[in-house]
Design a protein around this ligand. Structure first.
Ligand SMILES: NC(=O)c1ccc[n+]([C@@H]2O[C@H](COP(=O)([O-])OP(=O)(O)OC[C@H]3O[C@@H](n4cnc5c(N)ncnc54)[C@H](O)[C@@H]3O)[C@@H](O)[C@H]2O)c1
Length: 389
């Protein structure tokens, strides 16, 4: 094989980008797409559409399309079933985030994936390819920051209007989507949280349901995290603030790193904090430090996050090597988000590992007792959709 033939299931907002990305890669080819709504095919560029096959049924698509790999890009609840069907049909998969709506479903998908060691399975964690994120991970992993004491991440630049939520019948209900900002907008940062810092052992969150919108799921979260090694974290997210903030602050022994507006700034302590604290003879002093703007190469890579993940999967299929985002790792950020929501709903601290059966039962109750009536309204697609990445 010298080219990977791709199919995409679910041709909505994000898949038009995936179709374009595949067409830009020399060793990939888009040969077929599938959507239950035939009007969705019109979202694909006409010249590309004329060369591919369009299916309206997943089973027929998996049996008949000339494909080696599938991107699963449907609403979240369907990710596990469709990914499992694709693997059973012998296809490599890239599953859109989140891996599933809740941990128990992710466990089911991962158990099925284990039966297919011959296949490449990736998650679309495109933000892992952003050079600044890679740099922060490298600085943490190589000990540049020293022991981390506290993490603050404010992600309130996910503003969404009411019509955004009203534009799809599956959005913003427990039955259709299974969650709000933690499940739709924040899976990237929840994954980065665990990628950078590991998982906490305790989560206490305050969660507001429909605070800014006429929706039944959460649109504001204030979470406090405790880690086994003593560090603490604050994770704040909202889709109701405009303009919002995306600021990650890491306080560590060697100083303080701030990532905001695409720039990483590190104020480096000459002496590690605990050493200075123990040995200084000054009552009110702080040690000398120096401020650095951390340089990292971008070369336009940030603009091609999704293509980077697809290209990585193509390379692994054709030549072997490491995946940027193995599908199985998707359960970790999902578990963190589930724990925040459960804590907020119960008004209690939740310990990790999360009891996946308890969370599934909690979601079932929310669905069974829901009085939310979804109205669907046609939306104007203008605006910067890339903000959703
Ligand atoms: N990685 C990212 O940056 C990113 C960005 C946006 C969306 N997403 C994810 O992609 C997924 C889709 O989001 P979207 O905004 O494109 O949604 P969307 O509603 O715009 O599109 C979903 C499409 O799937 C189709 N569909 C639904 N059920 C289907 C089925 N059983 N078989 C075939 N087609 C089916 C619908 O008809 C629709 O065309 C979500 O899980 C979302 O979280 C990821």
């Amino acid at each position: 094989m010298d080219k990977v033939k791709f199919g995409i299931i679910g041709i909505g907002n994000i898949s038009t980008f995936h179709a374009k990305s595949i067409c830009e890669l020399a060793q990939a080819e888009l040969t077929a797409v599938c959507d239950i709504n035939p009007e969705a095919f019109l979202r694909i560029d006409a010249a590309v559409r004329s060369k591919i096959k369009c299916f309206t049924d997943v089973e027929t698509f998996l049996n008949e399309a000339d494909i080696d790999a599938v991107i699963v890009s449907v609403p979240h609840y369907s990710h596990p079933d469709i990914a499992i069907a694709a693997m059973n049909a012998g296809k490599h998969i890239i599953v859109e985030k989140p891996i599933a709506v809740h941990k128990r479903e992710a466990e089911r998908l991962i158990a099925e994936a284990a039966k297919h060691p011959e296949l490449v399975k990736s998650l679309m964690f495109n933000q892992r390819t952003i050079p600044a994120h890679k740099k922060i991970k490298q600085m943490i992993d190589n000990g540049e920051l020293g022991t981390i004491r506290r993490i603050n991440w404010i992600i309130t630049d996910w503003f969404r209007s009411q019509i955004y939520y009203d534009s799809g019948d599956w959005r913003a209900s427990w039955r259709g989507e299974g969650g709000g900002v933690l499940l739709n907008q924040c899976p990237h940062q929840l994954d980065l949280m665990q990628w950078f810092f590991g998982l906490p052992c305790k989560v206490r969150a305050d969660v507001k349901l429909g605070k800014y919108h006429d929706i039944e799921v959460e649109d504001e979260v204030n979470a406090y995290l405790e880690y086994a090694d003593g560090k603490t974290g604050n994770f704040i997210a909202s889709t109701g603030e405009m303009p919002g903030t995306n600021r990650l602050e890491i306080t560590a022994e060697r100083g303080r790193l701030v990532f905001e507006d695409g720039k990483i700034e590190f104020i480096r302590n000459e002496i590690p904090t605990s050493e200075y604290c123990r040995h200084t003879d000054k009552k009110f002093g702080i040690c000398d430090n120096w401020k650095c703007e951390v340089r990292f190469e971008d070369n336009g890579i940030s603009a091609h996050q999704h293509r980077n993940v697809i290209e990585n999967v193509v390379n692994v299929i054709l030549h072997g090597g490491e995946l940027i985002a193995p599908m199985e790792e998707g359960i970790r950020g999902l578990e963190l988000g589930n724990a925040m929501l459960l804590s907020g709903l119960k008004h209690e601290t939740v310990e990790l590992p999360l009891d996946s059966a308890e969370y599934a039962a909690c979601l079932d109750t929310l669905i069974a007792t829901s009085r939310y009536h979804k109205k669907v309204v046609a939306a104007n697609d203008s605006g910067d959709f890339t903000k959703s990445f």
